[in-house]
Every structure is written in structure tokens, then in C-alpha cells.
Ligand binder design. Sequence first.
Ligand SMILES: [Mg+2]
Length: 182
Amino acid sequence: MTDIDKDQSAAMAQSKRIKRGRAYAESDEFGDYVSRMLEANPEMTITVLRKRFWSQHFLPGCHDKGVIEMNNMNEYQSAAMRTAKRINLEYDLNHAALGLAGEAGEFADCIKRHTIYGKPLDKINAVEEIGDLLWFCALACETLGVTLSQAAEQNLYKLSLRYPDMYTDELAAQRLDKSEAR
Ligand SMILES: [Mg+2]
């Protein structure tokens, strides 16, 4: 393989990776980021770039300290509880319930600004509010003595009873999980 062939094949590989980058984020912003980073360091993988992009755009300040890695929901629950003010069962439950209601309102407000007032969708803010909701879900689970994974599994189990194959409006009305196996 000549040097020109090598250059061409490297350029093709790079353009392929940039396309994959765009597909991951569905935005030109991420594609441009991948392109800039690969220019500086062609050895970087899309997985690493995706993590860095997210930590820079969605966890401002955190990228200076390294990428935060989360392998599962229970690790998130433990990490999130580091910043929870825990007093007693009643206080913690109220905190979780009011927090979930408040953050759900903030998420709805973010969407309202786009769908009702015609402003551009603020995806960063929407994702931030989802994260806030997750934090209060973690507090609720911790207070009730279960893990986020257990709550997620319970939810999937319920849905598997309600919709054995797939969602239909008829099955939604029947609510099979309430009449069987409970
Ligand atoms: Mg919020």
C-alpha cells in the first residue's frame, strides 16, 4: 500500500467515524466535535468522544476532573445520595415526593417553551431536568429501602404482564397486570 493509499484509507475511515458520531448525537454539533478531536488525535474512539462530549455539554465543569462513568443505576443511586439531606423517613419521603413534582413541572415548562411558545427546543435543559427527576427517584428508592434497578425491574415486569407482546390500546384498557398474577 502506497502512502497515498494509506492517506486515502485513513481519510475514509475518519469520515466514516465522523458520520457515526453524527448518528450518535443526531446533531451537527457532535459531528463537528468528533471531527475536531480526530484531527488532533486520530486514535480516539467514538465511545470515548461520546462520553467526553456528553460530560462537557451536559455535566459542565466535570470534564476537568475526568469523565464520570456510570455502569448501572445502582452506582448512580449511591453517587447521588452523597448530596442528599437525610433526616428521617417522613422528611425524606416528603423531600422525594415534592422534589419529583417540582422537577416534573420544570421538565414540562421546558417543553412548553418549545411546543406552546415556539422557542427552540432547549435539549440541554430538558436532559438536565430528566437528571433532576432521576435524582429524586434515587432518593425515593433509597428512603423506601430499594434500588433504582429493583424499581426498573418491577416496572418491566408489570409491563410484561400488561403487554405480553406489544402495546395496544385494548390491552391498556384491560390492565392485565391488575387482574392476574398479583
Ligand atoms: Mg431542575
